[in-house]
Design a protein around this ligand. Structure first.
Ligand SMILES: NC(=O)c1ccc[n+]([C@@H]2O[C@H](COP(=O)([O-])OP(=O)(O)OC[C@H]3O[C@@H](n4cnc5c(N)ncnc54)[C@H](O)[C@@H]3O)[C@@H](O)[C@H]2O)c1
Ligand SMILES: [Zn+2]
Length: 360
């Protein structure tokens, strides 16, 4: 088992990465809890819930709450349901919530933990590759019908327990999705690691390789959030690829493309813009080959219209006074933020969509 330490403004917490550790939660945690509520989704419950429960000795009380799998559960209704369970189970300030699942569960259960009794301890147990990103950094949220993550807080877990074995049941699309964020972390940090990542065939990754990549990705994210927990400065770099990704996800309808797949396509656009603006040696060609070789669903962009995408970007909560701020790279490991004017964006996005269609 390997371990990383993350600092936050309220406490430091450990990320434990290992194989088969989902049944050892009680042993890994530093504290004893009399009551534990494991929150998970229907798909993960069928696969892993029982083994997590069995890791607790009979002295404590372990309850469970299962919500339907899928982004639609990051809702007011499921949040209310979870609070009802917390009250029924009489969780108190000394109780623990465990978020067992992907980023959807981490965000939803973390938000419930952050608000129930003004905040009780919670543990992130990520079961997707993408959740290496969402389980650290302390952002928790639910969606509003008008937009993603509009209701939330900054609230850090007391521990992250990442069992690599659970990743073996992910679908190819979920593996791609997770690696969209891993490659983002590569671009934000280390040319050598990025080179290795861009050579990968995502259907052939070993458990050890994934564990190494996730630990590196978590470290990159941690370095940025440790400097800027509330996203006033450098944390914004983590939005590389996300401005376009969010508008692609919203235009296609959530669920038609995974978050990380959309991010990977958004990064392609950011790399092209970066190359044009800064004449850098960013490995754009290798990046495009990686996207195509690993079957990122670029064909889905055929349905999309440039103006609608730009309008969505303007409604993004990160857009300030209608000017769209883009995360670009002057080189691998050197992000910056550039405001983009409407005409330029329209022109560049049009060219980009044409290029993507050529690869379809
Ligand atoms: N808080 C943050 O900083 C942050 C960062 C990035 C993303 N997010 C959020 O994360 C969410 C996306 O996370 P996600 O991609 O993990 O989605 P997800 O949690 O919806 O999981 C994707 C699918 O995989 C299934 N699944 C999960 N683990 C599995 C396993 N081990 N085997 C088989 N199937 C499994 C789930 O049931 C679901 O159907 C979004 O809501 C996004 O907003 C948050
Ligand atoms: Zn993301």
């Amino acid at each position: 088992m390997s371990s990383l330490l993350i600092q936050s403004s309220t406490h430091d917490y450990e990320v434990a990465i290992g194989s088969g550790i989902r049944g050892r939660v009680e042993e890994i945690l530093d504290k004893d809890y009399q009551k534990v509520l494991i929150i998970t989704d229907s798909q993960v419950a069928d696969l892993y819930l029982q083994q997590v429960i069995e890791g607790f000795s009979p002295k404590g009380q372990v309850g469970t709450a299962v919500v339907p799998a899928g982004e639609a559960s990051k809702s007011m209704e499921q949040y209310q349901y979870l609070l009802d369970v917390c009250v029924e189970e009489r969780l108190d300030r000394k109780s623990l919530i465990i978020a067992l699942g992907g980023g959807m569960i981490g965000d939803l259960a973390g938000f419930a933990a952050s608000t129930y009794l003004r905040g009780i301890d919670f543990v992130q147990m990520p079961t997707t590759i993408l959740a290496h990103d969402s389980s650290v950094g302390g952002k928790v949220a639910i969606n509003h019908p008008q937009g993603k993550n509009l209701i939330g807080s900054f609230y850090n877990p007391v521990h992250v327990i990442y069992d690599m074995e659970t990743l073996s049941s992910l679908s190819p699309a979920e593996v791609r999705s997770g690696y969209g964020e891993v490659v983002k972390h590569g671009l934000l940090s280390d040319p050598k690691w990025l080179d290795e990542l861009l050579q990968q065939d995502l259907t052939q990754l070993s458990k050890d390789q994934i564990a190494k990549d996730l630990a590196k990705g978590i470290r990159v994210k941690a370095n940025l959030v440790e400097q800027d927990e509330r996203e006033a400065g450098v944390r914004k770099y983590l939005n590389l690829g996300h401005t376009l990704a969010h508008s692609i996800e919203a235009e296609l309808g959530y669920g038609d493309i995974t978050h990380g797949e959309a991010v990977a396509i958004g990064i392609w656009f950011a790399l092209k813009l970066s190359k044009k603006k800064f004449q850098t040696d960013l490995p754009v060609k290798d990046y495009v080959n990686w996207i195509i070789r690993n079957h990122f669903p670029v064909d889905k962009l055929n349905k999309l219209d440039c103006n609608s995408l730009i309008n969505r970007m303007k409604r993004d909560k990160k857009t300030v006074h209608e000017v769209i701020n883009y995360v670009l790279l002057t080189d691998t490991g050197f992000p910056c933020i550039e405001p983009l004017q409407d005409e330029e964006l329209l022109q560049e996005l049009n060219d980009f969509l044409k290029e993507v269609r050529r690869h379809d």
